[in-house]
Design a protein around this ligand. Structure first.
Ligand code: NAD
Length: 470
């Protein structure tokens, strides 16, 4: 049992009301720990601690900030296995494959890459008429609100650029997966000055700490990763205090398979593009459009590959797919699949399994307008849609309020690139999907949010510009 504490002002604290909530392992249903149920007063303490720390942290030289972030990155790498185990226990994803060790590999890679980024002062003009300098200034306290699908990696995406650019942070993980983040923040506080990084947790039942953060007058920016519906609420609350926002929201990414593909050669790539983390991935492929000439072969190869992938408790080193993380998400997947069963052809799976395990499900014969195609399933069920000509597939792919990612599969890269440029989304991959990397900006278009993460473009979002004219 992990009886976790929050970190506020460098100290381990329980909620002021001594309340806590249980955390369960989705593979077994067992209670594995508890996290403090913060009150608004706890949030106020965390924001006050971050404000106090900002006074000195923001005045550190660029080299000092970089060195402190490097120490944080080293801490993460040194505790990678411990955090991976916590992630598997509370999130459910397997240790192996594209699971928690993979997530921690990403967390380390992003942490160290972010240390090397900087936003030096730019001289815009320096001549007889005068000198103009563009400086980037940290904002103050950044509030980070994270989801339950990649709890540590997404926390790193938020907090490292915030800290690197001289801000201080209050982070709030999802109530489904608070333990790994609480431990991460505890570890990072061993190398960061008190108050620079604080963590509060709440159960979302007795009042939303996330909502209180979005409205808090002491927080200058919210970086939020989660659903579109919650993102809209954050945006509304943030308006009152003119907070800066980065919103990384839901996706309903389409993949388009062009007729020149070899179905056997792409089956494994297609499968993991969709089923990474049992489909609980923002930029997973959630709809697959396949040209009619190879549709049946692609279906057959996908089914054959999917049957080889073991699902079960993530602590078993052999498993590559885990459960759906929580009951609410499981019920969403079950509802969408039950509807799709009536309209299409179930190629694999299709019935809920034991506990929170939902078998990998492939359903063909669907079209836009069917709920499993139109709505984000965020789970292990892929709709497959047959198309006749590529312009029809592009239209169908774009017929969505979301615009996070997309992919085009073809042996003709130039043709694939032409199709890619017609897709309405922030990232398009050719012959792969969702393969984000720290040296490329990532963000959504349309209802999938705004602002980008990673690279100097991402770092800039944690600063205000200041121009000095002389
Ligand atoms: P969610 O929106 O339910 O919760 C996200 C976070 O918001 C949690 O920490 C939650 O406690 C908090 N929250 C709840 N109510 C709030 C409120 N009123 N104000 C502020 N915060 C509040 O999302 P989830 O179910 O945890 O995550 C799944 C969703 O996240 C999916 O839609 C997925 O596509 C999306 N997602 C997007 C990305 C991306 O980068 N675009 C990455 C991962 C997940």
């Amino acid at each position: 049992m992990h009886t976790a504490t929050m970190t506020i002002g460098g100290r381990a604290v329980q909620s002021q009301s001594a309340a806590s909530f249980e955390v369960r392992n989705p593979s077994t249903g067992e209670v594995i720990g508890s996290a403090p149920n913060a009150s608004p007063a706890d949030l106020d303490s965390a924001v006050a601690a971050a404000q106090t720390a900002f006074a000195s942290w923001s005045k550190q030289s660029d080299a000092e900030l970089q060195a402190a972030c490097q120490a944080a990155a080293e801490k993460i790498a040194a505790h990678s296995e411990e955090l991976a185990i916590l992630i598997t226990q509370e999130q459910g994803k397997p240790l192996n494959g594209l699971g928690s060790r993979f997530e921690m590999g990403g967390a380390s890679a992003w942490a160290s890459h972010t240390c090397g980024l900087s936003l030096p002062m730019k001289v815009l003009q320096d001549n007889a008429q005068g000198r103009v300098e563009l400086h980037r200034k940290p904002l103050g306290v950044v509030g980070s609100i994270t989801p339950w699908n990649f709890p540590v990696m997404i926390a790193i995406w938020h907090l490292m650029p915030a800290l690197r650019s001289g801000n201080t942070v209050v982070i709030k993980p999802s109530p489904q997966t608070p333990l790994a983040t609480l431990r991460l923040v505890e570890l990072l506080n061993e190398v960061l000055p008190a108050g620079v990084l604080n963590c509060v947790t709440g159960d979302d039942q007795t009042g939303s700490i996330g909502a209180a953060m979005a409205a808090h007058t002491g927080i200058r920016k919210i970086v939020f990763t989660g659903s579109c519906a919650t993102g809209q609420k954050v945006m509304q609350s943030a308006a009152l205090t003119m907070k800066r926002l980065t919103l990384e929201l839901g996706g309903n990414d389409a993949g388009i398979v062009l007729p020149d593909c070899d179905p056997k050669a792409i089956a494994e790539g297609l499968f993991w593009s969709s089923f990474i983390n049992s489909g609980q991935t923002c930029a997973a492929m959630k709809r697959l459009y396949v040209h009619e000439s190879i549709h049946d072969d692609v279906c057959e190869q996908l089914v054959a590959y999917a049957k080889t992938v073991p699902m079960g408790d993530g602590m078993d080193e052999n498993n590559l797919l885990g459960p759906v993380q929580n009951r609410m998400q499981f019920d969403t997947v079950a509802r969408l699949v039950a509807d799709a069963r009536k309209k299409g052809d179930v190629l694999l799976g299709g019935e809920p399994g034991d506990g929170l395990f939902f078998p990998a499900t492939l359903i063909a014969g669907l079209k836009n307008g069917d709920a499993l195609v139109d709505q984000e399933q965020f789970g292990p069920a892929l709709p497959i849609i047959r198309y006749r000509d590529v312009s029809e597939a592009i239209r169908a792919a774009n017929d969505s309020p979301n615009g996070l990612g997309g992919s085009v599969w073809s042996r003709d890269i130039e043709h694939a690139r032409q199709v890619a440029r017609q897709l309405e989304c922030g990232s398009v991959w050719l012959n792969k999907h969702g393969a984000i990397q720290p040296n490329a900006p990532f963000g959504g278009t349309k209802s999938s949010g705004f602002g980008v993460e990673f690279t100097e473009d991402g770092l800039r979002e944690y600063t205000d510009p200041q121009v000095i004219f002389s």
